[in-house]
Design a protein around this ligand. Structure first.
Ligand SMILES: Nc1nc2c(ncn2[C@@H]2O[C@H](COP(=O)(O)OP(=O)(O)O)[C@@H](O)[C@H]2O)c(=O)[nH]1
Ligand SMILES: [Mg+2]
Length: 311
């Protein structure tokens, strides 16, 4: 079996596409013949395409092979999550690389990440000297990845709020050339947040509705921190002008991406509240985000400017 097809379906469930794939290889062995690589690949595309949604490692695991993806994982005091998180990412994206951007977490997150990196490979740890905010961690992580020629850069929390199993779905539109920014969205059909309190949900929903109305970008979840960027987009953005942290950073990136003419798509995600550790987002980041949105919205209206709508 050629290397590119190994384990793509993660097991041969009865009657499933995995079983169909095994039957295909068995028939070749019985006939004592190997087809040309091109024909084999075409047949497997058909088999895998029978059920691309059954498992995120189905059809999409083939797509992501040709994109060099870097998952940028900012961490501050994530010792309770980081090892499991890195293992989960590796099992979903065997070829994807990870950059942990740690701000000298007092709980030893970076040291744990380095131990796992030594074991699994393809994991890098960028240590920064002091807690400098989420936006700044991503700015440093993106520069690191762009300097090393990655094609897609993913934002993701280290606390399992974002499901590593959804990574292939996030990367697929970039691989297929359908988008330069893919936002994992809680507020499009199919998206959900099962365990948030009503006040927290109301705050997030109303903040996003306000940003959507004022900035007219057609994006429903501007504060989502689970997203994938094509490197071609990041290199076009004026990253030196991106200043916000926390939620404001996420909104600012969508705003600049739309201004740069990027094709933006939202894909539904299930966002679950963290089970381990504590949130580092403060009320200040919410105020910062609202102030920025208000400023941009009013400024663009006064100038008669509107960034292009997404989609
Ligand atoms: N490097 C770095 N990571 C941070 C910082 N603040 C938050 N993070 C990480 O960013 C991710 C999202 O933060 P979190 O506290 O879960 O935010 P929430 O989900 O909005 O409550 C987590 O992986 C955090 O560990 C920071 O100042 N520096
Ligand atoms: Mg979180």
């Amino acid at each position: 079996m050629p290397g590119w097809g190994n384990g793509a379906l993660g097991g041969a469930e009865p009657g499933g596409v995995g079983e169909a794939e095994e039957a295909f290889w068995a028939s070749g062995r019985l006939a004592g013949k190997r087809l040309s690589a091109k024909v084999e690949r075409s047949i497997l595309w058909v088999i895998w395409g029978m059920d691309p949604a059954a498992h995120p490692c189905g059809l999409y695991s083939l797509s992501i092979r040709s994109v060099r993806a870097l998952i940028v994982l900012p961490t501050y005091d994530e010792a309770a999550n980081i090892a499991r998180m890195l293992e989960a990412i590796r099992s979903v994206l065997p070829d994807g690389e990870v950059l942990v951007v740690d701000d000298s977490s007092p709980d030893g997150t970076a040291e744990i990440a380095e131990v796992i990196a030594g074991r699994l490979g393809g994991i890098h740890v960028l240590r920064r000297s002091a807690k400098s905010g989420l936006g700044s961690a991503y700015r440093d992580g993106f520069s690191w990845g762009l300097e090393r020629g990655f094609d897609a850069l993913v934002e993701m929390d280290a606390d399992f709020s974002h499901d590593p199993g959804q990574l292939p779905l996030l990367l697929a539109p970039i691989q297929e050339g359908r988008a330069e920014l893919v936002i994992g969205s809680r507020y499009v059909q199919g998206g959900s947040i099962p365990n948030w309190s009503i006040p927290r949900l109301a705050l997030s929903r109303s903040g996003n509705a306000y940003s959507k109305a004022l900035l007219s970008l057609g994006v429903s979840d501007m504060t989502s921190g689970f997203r994938a960027y094509a490197a071609s987009l990041l290199t076009r953005l004026p990253m030196g002008e991106v200043r916000a942290d926390g939620y404001g950073f996420q909104i600012e990136m969508v705003y600049f991406a739309a201004k740069a003419g990027a094709k933006i798509v939202e894909t539904p995600i299930r966002f679950v509240d963290r089970a381990e550790g504590y949130s580092k987002m403060s009320g200040r980041t919410i105020v910062e985000a609202l102030a920025l949105v208000t400023w941009w919205g009013l400024r663009d209206r006064l100038r008669g400017l509107r960034p292009k709508r997404a989609g």
